[in-house]
Ligand binder design. Sequence first.
Ligand code: AP5
Ligand code: NA
Length: 342
Amino acid sequence: MSPLPENTLIGMCNPLLDIQTTVEKSFLDKWGLKENDAILCDDKHNDMFTELTRDFSVEYIPGGAAQNSLRVAQWILNNPNRTVFFGAVGKDQYGELLASKAKEAGVNVQYQVNETVKTGTCAALINGTHRSLCAHLAAANTFTQDHLQKEENQKIIEQAKYFYVTGFFITVCPPAILQLASHSAEFNKTFTLNLSAPFISQFFFDKLSEIIPLVDVLFGNEDEAAAFAKANGWETTCVKEVALKAAALPKKSSKPRLVVFTQGPEPVIVVEGDKVTEFPVTRLEKEEIVDTNGAGDAFVGGFLSQFIQGKGIEASVTCGSYAAQEIIKKHGCTVPSVCKYH
Ligand code: AP5
Ligand code: NA
């Protein structure tokens, strides 16, 4: 294998194909979904997917939280293969589509391919300016740590300097997350994690707590911050306070932890050690907002594209906001063909 580019970023998460459509509130009620939420589907949602593809005009869009972020980072970097992605897909058309879209964007995809389980999907149900996500992980849920032990992937991990894993992946393979995070701590690299959704803190807090001491940069939005606070038993939902407390949680290496919480059009809160900074967001006009699906993922992609180049926090946040706004102006987590960011 040829050497990887300098400061390569590895992402690990569920590669999902988003099935996006617009629905009425009554459809969400029928399937027990909230207007603005991200959940894992259970057996009772199988018929929902059938109904969606049968009765609705749906769009198939490459998704999966970290894969979205890497595609966005590549778009900004405009230099292929600065990012590598690990996750599991099925041996089918959806898996091939995901791989081709990711490669087209410049992401070096290293999927674990499951011969018997289908590629995962995520219903992205838009209602007004809200969106409800219901993920059917399928093959994504079958990822095993063996994939990281393969010689070619070991080499990639050894050469990479940055890691980005989503909280979503905690439902799939915590040992693989701990492997990357421990490696990162051992070699003084940078491990970054997203809280991803309130349900991760609510139902997977034990596993999340095992990873937190190894986290150098923690991302999330205000709802995820509140769920994380509650799971920790902190009696506050003030985003700044939660960020300060999260930054101060025990940490394996001596590098201060960075916490980056977005809150839609409200300022981005960044805590480095015990220092809080607020970065205001330029509000988009109502008519510019197409849908906010993928805004958080795009923010992280833009942020990391600068961070891995050693640019400071301010430059990273500025680029994160830029990327998020470009995605908000389009359907799903898709970017314009040309990147005008300098
Ligand atoms: P989704 O949760 O929709 O994407 P997201 O990127 O997290 O977008 P959100 O709308 O939740 O944004 P946020 O609240 O995080 O960010 P914020 O609003 O603070 O998920 C999309 C993907 O998740 C799908 O592709 C799906 O496949 C995947 N997924 C679902 N379940 C999964 C699973 N189990 N495993 C793996 N993948 C899964 O905004 C961030 C920034 O945007 C702000 O800081 C700001 O800069 C900007 N911004 C936001 N609103 C405005 C505004 N009004 N004006 C200007 N700027 C704005
Ligand atoms: Na999010």
